[in-house]
Design a protein around this ligand. Structure first.
Ligand SMILES: Nc1nc2c(ncn2[C@@H]2O[C@H](COP(=O)(O)OP(=O)(O)OP(=O)(O)O)[C@@H](O)[C@H]2O)c(=O)[nH]1
Ligand SMILES: [Mg+2]
Length: 476
């Protein structure tokens, strides 16, 4: 019998590996979203950081491929879509690894990165045929505000203007919106359009939205692109505003108004916006997502008060509509549903003491499931977790009036002082009137805690559970 030498054997083995790997290699499109400042950049940076530095003390015990010793390595490889911005992992890591660590800067629009995760398959049959398999994960970061625009697709310009006029008159927005509403009241909708005047009022409406989001902590912002224009900044397609006085308009005249009148141009731009901005996002991007994580910062609104909190609830309700394929023939017309796993994560959980994490999860669960959408999600596997992508506090015990109480310690973001505190209890249910009256919750923003090297894993809370839910079943 001819002996097969070692080299030939190796070549055989390599060939067999290549063949099996070709069929074993898998691919997944993972989308990460959340309203601005909800923690998307920190989350993606931490996720990549944990995986690429797996063997340097990362804490990922609940991620089965690691727990079972089958995880080999992960690395960043060139992304799939070259026309989409690259997620700037290096820049974010630089912020975390400098001498006095800082949070990464706010980002705009959509970005992407691809990870290749090499692992040993669990299946015993395959195990003999191949040494490794690879899971490619395309991660997309996109603003949650873009999902707030879905209802626009079902509304005419007139309906949207009326709905927005009502929203602007609610107590949370009324005071600040008055000036804008008064200016619109003075317009003659049928006059020949003056583009400059239109641009100025659009800018004023955009500033109003910015103020609602960043000063008042409100979440329902429409059109969502106005505060995150990306490459569309300054483009006429983002220059329109709700005509808040439809009641005073002759409806026949409105219907016959040409595009060269003020109201006609507002309407035309609104229609263009829906076609070329809103629909395009769903058709070009959303259609490709396999799995989605929605990040929600519940703590900042809890601190800001009832208006901000109720607005978050409303915004989550609007966001959920994008995953409610069962109910919306609009969505099924735009794409055939694909997302099979949806994870809601309450971010920045390190701002509260550990025994409050369960409450935080329960609260987010309430916010999500109280919506009318819950019944039609049978096809999607959903979960809720309280996480910290990058843990900025240490938990311990303190004394208060002779009793042991749980506390956290961190460096304040505002003046870099080390503080130890009990920030308050997180309500398990949507807070009622008396909760807001007591106003017992005291949120302080913290700076990242430790300087880590670029090759070290960042401290976190439950990122391993996130990985297990989103990727675990694909690494078997
Ligand atoms: N303590 C703590 N703070 C966090 C964590 N993640 C985010 N933050 C805080 O939240 C801020 C916003 O986080 P980002 O990751 O930039 O949020 P984003 O969703 O990417 O925000 P935009 O790019 O503006 O849309 C950070 O600057 C931190 O102050 C976390 O895990 N723990
Ligand atoms: Mg960001």
């Amino acid at each position: 019998m001819a002996l097969i030498n070692k080299e030939t054997m190796e070549r055989f083995k390599q060939k067999a590996n290549d063949l099996v790997n070709r069929t074993l290699d898998q691919h997944i499109n993972l989308a990460v979203t959340g309203l601005s400042r909800s923690g998307k950049t920190a989350f993606i940076t931490s996720l990549v950081n944990q995986l690429v530095n797996e063997n340097s003390q990362s804490q990922l015990d609940f991620f089965n491929p690691i727990h079972q010793g089958r995880f080999i390595a992960a690395k960043r490889v060139p992304q799939k879509h070259l026309h989409i911005a690259r997620f700037d992992y290096e820049k974010a890591m630089q912020a975390f690894t400098q001498e006095l660590p800082e949070w990464p800067e706010p980002t705009q629009g959509i970005s992407e990165l691809r990870l290749a995760i090499r692992y040993q398959p669990q299946d015993s049959l395959l195990k003999y045929a191949t040494d490794t398999a690879t899971l490619y994960v395309d991660i997309t970061d996109y603003p949650g505000e873009w999902l707030l625009d879905l209802p626009l697709l079902n509304q005419t310009y007139e309906q949207w203007s009326e709905a927005t006029a009502q929203l602007l008159m609610t107590p949370a927005r009324k005071d600040k919106a008055q000036e804008f509403i008064a200016k619109v009241a003075q317009l003659d909708p049928f006059e020949k359009v003056d583009e400059e005047k239109l641009a100025k009022l659009s800018a004023q409406y955009t500033e109003l939205l910015m103020y609602f989001r960043h000063q008042l902590g409100l979440s329902v912002i429409q059109p969502g692109r106005f505060i995150l224009p990306g490459e569309l900044a300054g483009a006429p397609i983002l220059q329109f505003f709700p005509f808040t006085h439809f009641a005073s308009i002759d409806i026949d005249a409105y219907q016959n108004a040409g595009d060269d009148t003020l109201i006609g141009m507002l309407r035309a731009r609104y229609i263009e916006y829906k076609e070329h901005v809103v629909k395009r996002f769903y058709k070009q991007h959303f259609v490709n997502f396999d799995r989605q994580i929605i990040l929600a910062d519940c703590l900042t609104p809890l601190n800001a008060g009832p208006d901000s909190f109720n607005d978050l609830q409303q915004a989550l309700n609007l966001i959920m509509a994008s995953f409610d394929y069962g109910k919306s023939d609009l969505l099924t017309r735009l794409f055939s549903p694909k997302i099979d796993k949806l994870l809601f994560a309450a971010t920045k959980a390190d701002h509260v003491t550990p025994e409050q994490h369960q409450h935080l999860t329960a609260l987010l669960n309430q916010l999500v499931h109280q919506t009318k959408h819950q019944l039609t999600f049978d096809e999607i596997n959903m979960a809720t977790l309280a996480i910290a992508s990058v843990k900025a506090t240490k938990a311990g015990k303190g004394k208060h009036q002779g009793r042991d109480i749980p506390v956290i310690q961190g460096r304040t973001l505002a003046d870099n002082k080390v503080v130890t505190l009990f920030p308050g209890a997180v309500p398990q249910l949507i807070p009622n009137h008396s909760y807001w009256q007591d106003k017992s919750f005291n949120y302080i923003a913290f700076a990242p805690l430790e300087t880590v090297s670029i090759h070290q894993a960042l401290p976190h809370l439950r990122m391993d559970q996130v990985l297990e839910f989103l990727l675990g079943d694909k690494i078997k």
